[in-house]
Design a protein around this ligand. Sequence first.
Ligand code: NI
Ligand code: MN
Length: 226
Amino acid sequence: MKVTFLGHACILLEIGQTGVLVDPFITANEKAAGKVDITDLNPDYILITHAHQDHILDVESICKRSDSVIVSNYEIAMHYEAKGFRVHPMNHGGSWSFDFGKVKYTNAIHTSSFPDGSYGGQPGGFIISSGKKQVYIAGDTALTTDMKLIPLTYKLDLAILPIGDNFTMGIEDAVMAADFVSCNTVLGYHYDTFGYIEIDHEKAVKKFKEAGKMLHLLPIGDSITI
Ligand code: NI
Ligand code: MN
């Protein structure tokens, strides 16, 4: 499984021939300008953790071109189905086997309104299992003891955790989250995009290292393979 960081909270998973894009926010992300071209993205699926603008901005334009299936909570799925898109609704604690692997919609502590204020269900995250590989994409969330449930069933190869603080967990809580989900390999996301969430990269990597964990902070467009 190839995992590519496309800036902010946008992740592309390439699983065999299948492209799974998560939370596309590219065209208004100044940090991604010149590094990611959304017309290069042709995902089979778009997973959406919650309805905030910085997670859904480019869903419609990518979907129109690629005819991707949108996977999210029930309310977000219905929002896009009403606009004519193909969707697969889920809700917390539920999983479904797609052609590329199994997806579970996990709990997150956050909010989830659409940019116009309409209801976007409750926010979540995803665990994607494919072959022997398992990756957790936490979504925007606080540290929560719900995360301790994950390693009872999953042996994660990678945890993708928000680390920018202010709107989500910060570095110290993300170190604890990595403990809760029993995963020593972490990809940090949801940092540096706006003033509120700028972090000290060196300090972040050091905090994880002191806890015996590896924090990846990928340049936009870079990948890791698990
Ligand atoms: Ni959010
Ligand atoms: Mn966000």
